[in-house]
Design a protein around this ligand. Structure first.
Ligand code: GTP
Ligand code: MG
Length: 223
């Protein structure tokens, strides 16, 4: 399990504690240069902590993947470190892979299971826009680009992921589609993050993320 974390000291302990031990061998927190004590809290709660000084969601995920090279797991699960997704629902994102019905599973945050205020309107719009671009380009009808996801290690490696930023989730989706991987969606809950919002809470952050997301879709679809 790979958890990118930037200044998540108030949330990371709860995230780690809620991970079902029987389903996860290793919990890797990638500390993306936090100014708080995210690393110490994560270690105290029993996780393996690695550091990535280059900022960016994708850079943190890439650092987690390169750490895993020495002990290749069967499946990798990604979840955010802000407690917005529920680690107890990991069985849901694992199941389609364990049943060999999917290579990549995306946790889909249905509006029914989304806590009020967990996702501001402009973040919902950005997600909707990127998703529709993908759906139109690939003739699909995906519901979400959620961060809580599971992928087989071999498939993840074959994607040769590169995006250093928030383009990460769409890069994975678009590349998986182009490689004709089996993608499943499962319904997961979503709640208000613990701690201060870094991205979706600011218009600048959202616009920046939105730009990277759209650029990543176009770049990966036109090659
Ligand atoms: N913003 C940001 N988050 C990072 C970075 N590296 C790792 N992360 C982690 O990536 C996860 C997702 O980032 P979030 O800040 O929750 O992004 P978001 O859910 O779009 O927006 P908010 O929850 O409103 O801040 C969190 O666990 C962050 O701690 C980085 O460079 N920037
Ligand atoms: Mg968040």
């Amino acid at each position: 399990m790979i958890i990118p974390a930037l200044n998540e000291s108030s949330a990371i302990g709860k995230v780690i504690d809620d991970i079902p031990n029987e389903l996860v061998d290793k919990v890797i927190i990638v500390d993306n240069g936090s100014a708080d004590n995210t690393s110490d809290v994560a270690k105290t709660h029993g996780a393996t902590v690695i550091s990535e000084s280059r900022r960016g969601y994708g850079n943190a995920c890439l650092a987690g993947i390169s750490f895993l090279e020495k002990l290749p797991p069967e499946i990798v699960v990604f979840i955010d470190g802000d407690y917005s997704s529920d680690p107890k629902e990991i069985d849901k994102v694992l199941m389609p892979i364990l049943k060999d019905e999917a290579d990549l599973v995306i946790g889909y945050r249905s509006s029914l299971k989304m806590e009020k205020g967990s996702m501001p309107l402009h973040a919902k719009f950005g997600n909707w826009f990127a998703l529709n671009l993908i759906n139109i380009l690939y003739g699909r009808s995906f519901e979400d680009l959620g961060p809580f996801r599971a992928i087989k290690w071999a498939n993840l490696k074959s994607l040769k992921m590169k995006s250093p930023t928030y383009g990460w989730t769409v890069e994975m989706m678009v590349k998986a589609l182009r490689r004709k991987m089996r993608i499943a969606e499962v319904e997961v809950s979503y709640r208000k993050r613990i701690g201060k919002s870094k991205i979706s809470g600011t218009v600048k952050g959202s616009m920046n993320a939105g730009y990277h997301i759209v650029a990543t879709i176009i770049h990966n679809s036109t090659r």
